[in-house]
Design a protein around this ligand. Structure first.
Ligand code: ADP
Ligand code: MG
Length: 318
C-alpha cells in the first residue's frame, strides 16, 4: 500500500505554479459556479478555507482523498474479481496528477470512483472532506472519444450541461467564453462531423469546463490524436489549467505526456490494480521534452513499469 499524498509532496511545485497564475482572470468571470452539487453536498468556492479535519497539501476546494479504496467486479462464474486493491492517494487542490500503468490495472476504474460513476467496494473517497456518493457537476469527465452529440452544433454541445440543468439563460455567456478558451470561438455553428479529432476533443473539454468543475477527470483524453495534434493539445490543457486553476487527474499511457503535464505521476500496476509508486515531477514549466532531467525521469518510469513484472500477466480475462 502506498500513500500517494505525503506531506512532503510537491506542494512547492504546485504552489509555485499556481502562484504565478492566481491573479489571472478565469474564463468563467466572477468565479460563480452555475451548478448544483449532487454527490458531495454544497460545494465550496475555490478560495474557501480548508474543511475542518482536512489538512496537508490536499486541503482546499478541489482536493481529492482516496483512502484504502478497493473495487471488485462480479465475474460470470459467480466470484468477485478485484480490480483495485487498497489504493491510497491524495490529490491537492489545483494539482495535476497523471495515472499511468498497463491496460487493466484499474486506471479508469479509479477515475470512475472519483467521478461517482462506480462505488468503491470498500474504502473512502472524498472531495474537500465530503464523501463522494454519486456523480456531480463539480467533477467533470472527459474521455478518449469526445462523444459529442452529432445532432447539435458545437455551441449546442458545449451548452448542453447548462440546458440540462436549466441554467442556460443565466450562463449562456459562458458558452462563448469557453468556446474561446479552447480555441473554437469561430466554430460554434459547426457540427461535430466537420471537426478534426483535436477540435472535437477541445469541444469536449469546453463542454466539461462550462460546468465550472473543481476537478477535471481525463481518461486518455488525447489517446486518439496524432502525435503533433497531441502535443498541441497538451499545451492547450496546460493553458486551460492555468486559467481555470482546476484539479486535474489524467489517465495516460504516454510516459512523456505524463512528465510534460503533471505535478506528480502515479504509477499503477495490475494484478489487482494498485499504486506502485508516486513520483513528483519537480521541473518548472514550460518543460522541454529533451532535457537530461526529463529523459532521466522517463527512463526511471519505464524501468518501474518493467520491473514490476506484471505486464505479461494482465489481471483481466477476455
Ligand atoms: N464494469 C466492469 N465489470 C467487470 N469488470 C470490470 C468492469 N470495469 C472494469 N473491469 C475490470 O477491472 C479491471 C480494471 O479495468 P480498467 O479500470 O478499465 O483498467 P485500465 O483503465 O487501467 O485499462 C480490468 O480487469 C477490467 O476487466
Ligand atoms: Mg482505461
Amino acid at each position: 500500500m502506498v500513500n500517494g499524498g505525503g506531506a512532503a509532496e510537491p506542494g512547492g511545485v504546485r504552489n509555485g505554479t499556481l502562484g504565478e497564475t492566481a491573479a489571472r482572470p478565469r474564463a468563467g468571470g466572477d468565479g460563480s459556479r452555475p451548478w448544483a452539487s449532487t454527490g458531495t453536498g454544497p460545494a465550496a468556492p475555490r478560495s474557501a478555507q480548508p474543511e475542518a479535519g482536512a489538512s496537508g497539501p490536499s486541503s482546499g476546494a478541489g482536493a481529492i482523498e482516496i483512502r484504502d479504496a478497493c473495487k471488485s467486479f462480479p465475474h460470470p462464474d459467480g466470484t468477485l474479481v478485484p480490480a483495485l486493491a487498497q489504493v491510497d492517494l491524495s490529490v491537492g487542490a489545483g494539482e495535476y496528477v497523471a495515472l499511468i500503468g498497463p491496460s487493466g490495472c484499474g486506471k479508469s476504474t479509479l477515475l470512475r470512483l472519483v467521478a461517482g460513476l462506480e462505488r468503491a467496494t470498500s474504502g473512502r473517497i472524498s472531495l474537500d472532506g465530503r464523501p463522494i456518493e454519486g456523480p456531480g457537476a463539480e467533477r467533470g469527465l472527459v474521455f478518449q472519444n469526445p462523444y459529442l452529440f452529432p445532432w447539435l452544433d458545437i455551441r449546442g454541445n458545449v451548452a448542453f450541461g447548462l440546458r440540462a440543468r436549466g441554467r442556460y439563460a443565466e450562463g449562456k455567456d459562458l458558452v462563448d467564453r469557453y468556446l474561446e478558451l479552447v480555441g473554437l470561438g469561430r466554430f460554434g455553428k459547426v457540427y461535430p462531423h466537420h471537426l478534426s479529432g483535436g477540435m472535437a476533443q477541445r469541444a469536449a473539454l469546453a463542454r466539461a469546463l462550462i460546468n465550472r468543475p473543481l476537478v477535471l477527470l481525463l481518461d486518455e483524453p488525447l489517446g486518439a490524436l496524432d502525435a503533433f495534434t497531441r502535443m498541441n493539445m497538451q499545451d492547450e490543457i496546460l493553458r486551460i489549467r492555468e486559467e481555470e486553476r482546476i484539479t486535474m487527474v489524467m489517465v495516460t499511457h504516454d510516459v512523456d505526456e505524463a512528465i510534460y503535464l503533471s505535478d506528480r505521476i502515479v504509477v499503477m500496476t495490475a494484478g489487482p490494480g494498485r499504486v506502485e509508486t508516486v513520483i513528483p515531477v519537480p521541473f518548472p514549466r514550460p518543460r522541454a521534452r529533451n532535457t537530461p532531467d526529463f529523459l532521466g525521469l522517463r527512463g526511471r518510469i519505464l524501468e518501474i513499469l518493467n520491473f514490476a513484472g506484471r505486464l505479461e500477466e494482465p489481471a483481466y480475462q477476455i
